[in-house]
Design a protein around this ligand. Structure first.
Ligand SMILES: [Ca+2]
Ligand SMILES: [Ca+2]
Length: 397
């Protein structure tokens, strides 16, 4: 039986309408403490992908800002974070050596600044072999610092052995590149989550023949589950939570409190499920993914989970055609913000939409308490109102 869909979303707002994509890193959306929505994406201009940024404040969407201006080389998959009133972007960029040497770049500006004047190249590997590439960075705030993870072919530029790397930007700038994974084969599409000084890295790893989900707390890789691809991770309520696209077409979830618990399919219902992402909320966790309902219709759907990861509610953002690659951000009040890529104009004409839930993510359990409160108030007023009143409610002498 399907649970009733009850978390509702407001109307979908178009963020970018002409050939734009994002979201493979799950971190192209950020909502700051003032409720401003920040989105990064790449958009095709004259046949070349360039990085853009756009903000929505209480007055609506501000004009898009172009961040990269190299007309001859692609720049793709920006990841975004806000820290201390500044916007930070990291992306992978083809300007140094094209497809033979993709490198990470970084830029930053004040939230209400209008120029991106702090561009910095973040990776400098050049082994001389083709394919010495750094791909799909994911940037997050960790304490008072920024941490980025990505996958990198510097250890085997013939492209059979990508490894996960990370680096941190503290008060004195970016530190050195640190290798995280130790796979004899490819380690792809990393995500991470942190609690205090502890950082869990996760990725898709093909050391076992076919891709499985592996993880690492900074020393020693371990298997988490699989077969699977495209993992995402979060920390909250005393738990590390990992989700991924399983090899059988279901989204899987696994978690660790003091030990790892076995993975399980999250909401198997016969439709292929892809590209999951997970976020902590004040009331538990939120997971969103792409679910295929037919060859030409996919929607973004998801679940609200209690802190113990039991199912509380589901949601579905219905739109004609194919929607994919949801990015999630749950604010401190529990509102669920999402962006996704819409392919309803065709796979060559992707667009980006933004939606926000109409209520916090605890909707399904709060109304009962609220109703009771309201009933009590009404009952109380009836007691007070006993006596003689005119039809407008004025007390008669
Ligand atoms: Ca390189
Ligand atoms: Ca759809």
């Amino acid at each position: 039986m399907l649970p009733i869909v009850s978390l509702a979303f407001g109307p979908a707002e178009l963020v970018c309408d002409t050939t734009c994509e994002n979201g493979l890193n799950h971190t192209a959306l950020f909502v700051d403490g003032e409720g401003r929505v920040h989105v990064a994406y790449h958009r095709k201009l004259g046949g070349v992908w360039q990085v853009f940024y756009r903000m929505r404040d209480s007055y609506g969407w501000l004009p898009p800002e172009r961040v990269v201006f190299t007309d001859t080389a692609d720049a793709k998959y920006p990841s975004l974070a806000i820290l201390r009133d500044s916007v930070f972007l990291v992306w992978h960029d083809y300007r140094v050596g094209g497809i033979s040497n993709v490198e990470l770049f970084f830029n930053a500006k004040p939230i209400y600044g209008d120029t991106w004047a702090n561009e910095e190249r973040l990776t400098y590997t050049s082994s001389g072999s083709p394919g010495d590439n750094s791909y799909v960075p994911s940037l997050k705030v960790v304490g008072e610092s920024l941490r980025v993870v990505w996958y990198d072919y510097r250890d085997d530029p013939m492209a059979y052995d990508a490894e996960v790397y990370t680096k941190v930007r503290g008060p004195s700038g970016w530190g050195g590149d640190v290798r995280v994974s130790n796979s004899p084969e490819n380690a792809w599409y990393p995500s991470f989550a942190s609690s205090g000084d502890s950082v869990l890295y996760v990725w898709a790893d093909n050391r076992d023949g076919g891709y499985h989900i592996y993880g690492n707390f900074g020393s020693g890789d371990f298997p988490i589950g699989g077969p699977g691809y495209y993992p995402d991770a979060t920390y909250g309520h005393g738990r590390y939570v990992v989700v991924w696209q399983g090899g059988d077409g279901n989204v899987y979830i696994a978690f660790r409190d003091t030990v790892w618990h076995p993975p399980r399919p999250l909401l198997p219902r016969g439709n292929p499920q892809k590209s999951p992402t997970v976020s902590t909320s004040p009331y538990g966790f939120v997971v969103a993914w792409r679910e295929d309902y037919g060859p030409y219709d996919s929607d973004i759907v998801g679940v609200l989970l209690r802190p113990d990861l039991s199912l509380r509610d589901t949601f579905r953002v219905s739109q004609p055609g194919t929607q994919d690659r949801p990015n999630l951000f749950v604010g401190p009040e529990g509102y669920v913000h999402m962006t996704y890529v819409d392919y309803s104009y065709g796979s060559s004409y992707p667009r980006i939409f933004y939606v926000r839930s109409l209520s916090p993510a605890d909707l399904s359990e709060r109304p009962k308490a609220k109703d009771k409160e309201i009933r009590n108030r009404i009952r109380g007023r009836r007691v007070i109102l006993r006596g003689r009143y005119d039809p407008a409610g004025r007390r008669l002498p």
